[in-house]
Design a protein around this ligand. Structure first.
Ligand SMILES: [Zn+2]
Ligand SMILES: [Zn+2]
Length: 126
């Protein structure tokens, strides 16, 4: 493993459970390794994704994000601030499997909601 790859993984572990974009990861990496190139960060992220070391999330209407947790799980997306949180859905997938009578091979699940912070900031009648 290269130093660059180890650094990116360190940042993701520290920032977990945040789901950072490649640019956010690059900015953070540059603070710690000032000469690191944007392309190096992007290339390493791609390799880590292909190796199944990190998860990669395509976000509608926004830049892709990277997930320190590579195992399948759902997400809660706040429509107010864009905060993305993990959502364990093992029980739900068992129900789906029971309903379809076969194994779920993979899934992408994002539930939209307002996080507690945004709910608190909104008027009650909305
Ligand atoms: Zn929010
Ligand atoms: Zn996640």
């Amino acid at each position: 493993m290269t130093r660059q790859r180890a650094l990116i993984l360190d940042i993701m572990r520290e920032k977990s459970p945040q789901h950072l974009t490649a640019d956010e990861l690059f900015n953070e990496a540059r603070l710690r390794m000032p000469h690191i190139a944007r392309g190096t960060v992007y290339r390493n992220l791609k390799m880590m994704e292909l190796d199944g070391e990190v998860g990669h999330l395509e976000m509608p209407g926004g830049p892709d994000r990277y997930d320190y947790n590579p195992s399948p799980h759902g997400h809660l997306l706040c429509d107010g601030c864009g905060h993305l949180a993990d959502l364990p859905v093992v029980g739900l997938m068992r129900e789906v499997e029971a309903a379809i009578g076969t194994e779920v091979r993979g899934y992408t699940l994002t539930i939209h909601y307002l996080c507690p912070k945004c709910r608190a900031a909104k008027p009650a009648d909305e």
